[in-house]
Design a protein around this ligand. Sequence first.
Ligand code: FPP
Length: 241
Amino acid sequence: MPNIDPQNLPKHVAIIMDGNGRWAKKKVMNRIRGHEEGAGSVRNIVKASREIGIHWLTLYAFSEENWKRPKYEVEALMKLLSRFLKGELDEMLNNGIRFQTIGRIDKLPKYVQDRVQKTVEKTSRNKDMVLTLALSYGSRQEVSDAIQKIAKRVESGDLTSEKITEQIISDSLYTGGMPDPDLLIRTSAEYRLSNFLLWQMAYTEFYFTPTLWPEFRKDEYLEAIEEYQKRERRFGATGEK
Ligand code: FPP
């Protein structure tokens, strides 16, 4: 059992959940079974986060690029997502978990949008943890949306260009009001950011693992946090006090 220091937990953990397809292939199953098993890991990691005391958990569930996958796979992922939100609502309510999303939700099928909205509303008063799903999310799109928002404020006279600060940019992203991730986990031996939270991860610690997402459970999550706690975070300064 890894040794976790409760005083030095990452406030915000972001995860790129990768390898569902390869897990299914290994088991000679179709890719959809891989995503279903992946949803089991989502359940496990959400629960573990709440137990450990992680306040913010952000999961990359569907990227802007994922729309390019075959139609049947996109449809299966949408159904799985909607079923997951419905099935986990009580769990979220019983455990003080607030649910929210980042990304272009308007591109999702109407029934998924409705389910997302319902879950956001019903969990809106919860305070113990925030589960954020990135859905139809792309970091560059997020940045262009933010720039448009800021440009409109300048056009309307609410802001002048000299007054644009890092804080205003951060606040204009989908993640406005959220702290930046302290720890990023990516599974399945891929060493990329894949257009995920590019601005927000300027000082994030990275944990990469060959484990495929359906096999990533609480035991390795604790290892990732233990590894994070060994790192010295200097934010560009020297280590001297
Ligand atoms: C990557 O596996 C994963 C995804 C495309 C999406 C993540 C989706 C889930 C974990 C399932 C359901 C999510 C929720 C929130 C219930 P991949 O298909 O890219 O794997 P591969 O690279 O091995 O093909």
